[in-house]
Ligand binder design. Structure first.
Ligand code: HC1
Ligand code: SF4
Length: 557
């Protein structure tokens, strides 16, 4: 379809959702504060105004494009209107930018700069707002512009609706149910509301100071880095295609006092190996099927809340984060002769719910501090060291080796694919076929040589998970093993990843992770010889007593 935009003829997609989306795709970003391409259109902020056919001024997010339409995106009148909207928002905004998590990334701040708002024609009004700094997710409604992005992300993408608008008019605010602490509501701490918040009204608790305190106290500080972190960190340092960023981080963390840095992808190999054996045992016994993955803590809390009948179906293998933590504290401490109490284990994750996971009673003492990718960025930037100039160093042994499968945990389908790879190594497999059923749901069919078929589903987004689990419950769908990741596209879209966390950025992260994987010579978890050494030394074999004691758990809720 062709339309005329600012006097130029432009070709746009025929089935574009609206003018805002159509123009975004051809490089014209119309200012907006409440538009999310993955949720319903809200039309609240009124920033995305355009002039149509020389007459009406309307919101482009609600405007359907049609052939020959004549649009102006930036007239003097629209410029003034947008300025007025921004001034009104700023009049009731706390304006505490220097201490805001979103400083430099905030859309309101960006537009205030771009529209030259050094003064405000409206008087500053202070309103009573809620702040809660006690949770993993920190809320500061003084910065909220009531765009509703968080509300729609939680309701429409995650299918939870743990937060919503309360009160009316000037008193309106976004609050959790019954104004409780988020942890005490149905919130699963996935952080997707934070990822979509355009200002800093929602942020993640910052635990960086705890790391420096541990170093200062002379603790034996060990770092461990999640697979998805190496797909996103580059964005903050102009290193877009760098496959060695995690190696540079290993080196930098050593410079500031970390004694060792291990790879969580090593533990991902171990978890997949163990989970595959657990699955085959369940098939043999004909119990607790389908088996659900349990490495995503947001999904685990979701399953506990809404599907208690399936808790026993969750894999009892701890997540790679908690499994590696337990191994380091239990076995590695002996090897280095350090009391586990003197080890401080710092896990670096793309995920906000991982902070919550580390605080769960089931995993007490396994991991001490969890930093998100964004917190790691702060650590790196605050050193003043140019990460581009740092020579990459390999992860430390014995927990530094991983396969392509272990790395693939960082994006949707990775856990399922790794489990399938282990099954493939153990039994004779005739064919493996994966097909996309819908956005966020794929089906992998494994045909064994004995004629049996294993069906695996990979699901991302908890709204999708609810649909799939309901379908499994009602017998409308069948599966033997199900991977669920709470965030869009899996951990690469985690709530602790750098801003923005949009569709385009996630696609780029998936590509980088693939490139990082491609330089790995090991393909399947079974090939990870350091994992086998761990079995020889301590764990004996998959599902052994020792393995159950250290890297399995029982979800009690
Ligand atoms: Fe994930 Fe996992 S893949 S959950 O997304 O199983 O956070 O990256 O570290 O534990 O390995 C996150 C990522 C991560 C665990 C692994
Ligand atoms: Fe909803 Fe996730 Fe935000 Fe909790 S963290 S309010 S579940 S989007």
């Amino acid at each position: 379809m062709r339309i005329i935009v600012n006097g130029r003829e432009i070709e746009i997609r025929d089935d574009a959702r609206n003018v805002l989306e159509a123009l975004r795709e051809v490089g014209i970003e119309i200012p907006n504060l409440c538009y999310l391409s993955e949720t319903s259109v809200y039309g609240a902020c009124r920033m995305c105004l355009v002039e149509v056919d020389g007459r009406d001024i309307v919101t482009s997010c609600t405007l359907q494009p049609r052939e020959g339409m004549v649009i102006k995106t930036h007239t003097p009148k629209i410029y003034e209107m947008r300025k007025g909207i921004l001034q009104l928002l700023l009049a009731s905004h706390d304006g505490e930018c220097t201490t805001c998590e979103m400083n430099g990334k905030c859309k309101l701040q960006k537009y205030a700069q771009e529209f030259g708002l050094t003064t405000n024609r409206f008087e500053k009004i202070s309103k009573k707002t809620v702040t809660d700094t006690s949770s993993v997710i920190v809320r500061d409604n003084g910065k909220c512009i009531l765009c509703g992005d968080c509300v729609r992300a939680c309701d429409e993408i995650q299918g939870i609706a743990a937060i919503d608008f309360a009160y009316r008019g000037f008193e309106a605010q976004v609050v959790p149910s019954f104004e409780e602490k988020l942890e005490n509501t149905e919130c699963v701490l996935c952080g997707q509301c934070v990822a979509y918040c355009p200002t800093g009204a929602l942020a993640i608790r910052n635990d960086v100071d705890k790391v420096y305190k541990a170093i200062e106290d002379g603790k034996y500080v060990i770092g461990m880095i999640a697979p998805a972190v190496r797909a996103s960190l580059q964005e903050e340092f102009g290193l877009e295609d760098d496959v060695a960023t995690s190696g540079r981080v290993v080196s930098l963390l050593k410079m500031i006092g970390f004694k060792k840095v291990f790879d969580v992808a090593f533990a991902a190999d171990l978890v997949a190996y163990e989970e595959a054996h657990e699955f085959l045992e369940r098939v043999e016994k004909g119990e607790k099927l389908p088996q659900f993955t349990s490495c995503c803590p947001g999904w685990v809390k979701f399953a506990e809340q809404y599907y208690p009948e399936y808790i026993s179906h969750l894999s009892s293998v701890k997540s790679p984060q908690m499994a590696l933590g337990a191994i380091i504290k239990k076995f590695y401490s002996r090897e280095i002769g350090v009391d586990p109490k003197d080890i401080v284990l710092v896990s670096i994750m793309p995920c906000t719910a991982k902070k919550f996971e580390a605080e769960r009673e089931e995993f007490e003492g396994n991991v001490d501090i969890v930093l998100t990718t964004r917190e790691l960025v702060k650590v790196i930037k605050s050193t003043g060291i140019d990460i581009k100039m740092v020579d990459p160093e390999p992860f430390d042994r014995p927990y530094g080796l991983s396969s392509q499968s272990g790395l693939s945990f960082g994006k949707t389908g990775g856990v399922l694919g790794s489990v399938v790879n282990v099954i493939n190594d153990k039994m004779s497999v005739k064919s493996v076929e994966t097909k996309q059923l819908s956005e966020g749901v794929s089906l992998t069919t494994v045909e064994l040589s004995n004629g049996k078929v294993v069906k695996g589903l990979a699901v991302f987004g908890l709204g999708n998970a609810r649909k799939i689990v309901d379908a499994l419950k009602n017998g409308e769908m069948e599966a033997d093993v199900v991977e669920v990741m709470a965030c869009n596209y899996g951990c690469i879209g985690g709530g602790g990843q750098p801003y923005p966390n949009d569709v385009r950025t996630r696609a780029r992260r998936a590509k980088i992770l693939k490139e990082v994987q491609s330089i790995d010579v090991l393909i399947s978890p079974t090939e990870n010889f350091h994992m086998h050494q761990l079995y020889e030394k301590y764990l004996e074999k998959p599902l052994s007593h020792a393995s159950h004691e250290v890297i399995h758990t029982l979800y009690k809720h």
